[in-house]
Ligand binder design. Structure first.
Ligand code: HEM
Ligand code: HEM
Length: 202
């Protein structure tokens, strides 16, 4: 039986909106951390950047149900069995191909999204004891705002760790497994490995 296209041809992996979401989020995170640490007049931009991140997160939540096949939560949130199979593939240095997130990476994505959400939501209630107050500061007590500000400052350190791990994992896939995950997050396409003879036969 004739195949319509060779199976090793690049196929769509990440849709355009998901890629725009990713790189805009990464840029705004850098902007938020920089403006938050520098403070002063930049706090106005810090808040705008935080609102934009909240907007992006709302989009990502909706896209997890309405987006392309690899963007959907149902496609990449897998049970412990699938995660364990992937860990065994890693330990045994067995190649494996995932068009979207691998089962381990899928949970890391959720963790990162939740940590970013926590950061932005605590920011809404935060204050800097000088001139900046989140827009929801007025609705809670000063004590609670101070506590949430403390969590805002603590969680950013967790975010440094998660993003560091994220970039380290991507470097690991490239260096140890020869899988370039960054290219597909830019141009949107992945090339599946050549099929073995058994699968290839009609
Ligand atoms: C503040 C910085 C960053 C944040 C918050 C971040 C966050 C995320 C999130 C949430 C996803 C999941 C995408 C989705 O399904 O919604 C993701 C995926 C991805 N990110 Fe990042 N990212 C950051 C920086 C970077 C950088 C610097 C790189 C390049 C080295 C990178 C490369 C990737 C790749 C390749 C994927 C897809 C992973 C896969 O194939 O499963 N990210 N990132
Ligand atoms: C995910 C987005 C955000 C990130 C990554 C972020 C990060 C940061 C960082 C790094 C600081 C400095 C902490 C320190 O001095 O140790 C900070 C402070 C602050 N952020 Fe955010 N932030 C985000 C969202 C927001 C939002 C949406 C608001 C309010 C609209 C906000 C309000 C504040 C305030 C008021 C402070 C000053 C706290 C103080 O100096 O005591 N942040 N943020």
């Amino acid at each position: 039986m004739a195949r319509s296209a060779p199976l090793t041809q690049a196929v769509p992996a990440w849709d355009l909106f998901l890629r725009l979401f990713h790189w805009t989020l990464a840029a705004l995170m850098v902007a938020s951390v920089t403006t938050g640490l520098l403070g002063g007049n930049l706090m106005k931009w810090h808040m705008w950047s935080g609102y934009a991140i909240l907007g992006l997160l709302a989009f990502r939540l909706a896209w997890g149900f309405l987006g392309g096949p690899t963007a959907r939560f149902s496609a990449f949130l897998r049970g412990p069995g699938a995660v364990w199979v992937h860990v065994q593939d890693l330990l045994a240095r067995r190649p494996s191909f995932h068009l979207g997130h691998n089962p381990l990476g899928g949970w890391m994505v959720v963790l990162m999204l939740l940590a970013v959400l926590f950061q932005a939501v605590t920011g809404l209630f935060a204050n800097d004891d000088i001139a900046t107050e989140g827009p929801l500061y007025a609705y809670i007590s000063k004590e609670l705002s101070d506590r949430l500000t403390g969590l805002h400052k603590l969680n950013v350190k967790i975010l440094y760790g998660l993003v560091g791990l994220h970039v380290a994992a991507i470097a690991f896939y490239l260096i140890a497994r020869g899988e370039n995950l960054v290219g597909p997050m830019i141009h949107g396409r992945k090339t599946p490995p050549p099929p073995n003879e058994e699968k290839d036969s009609p």
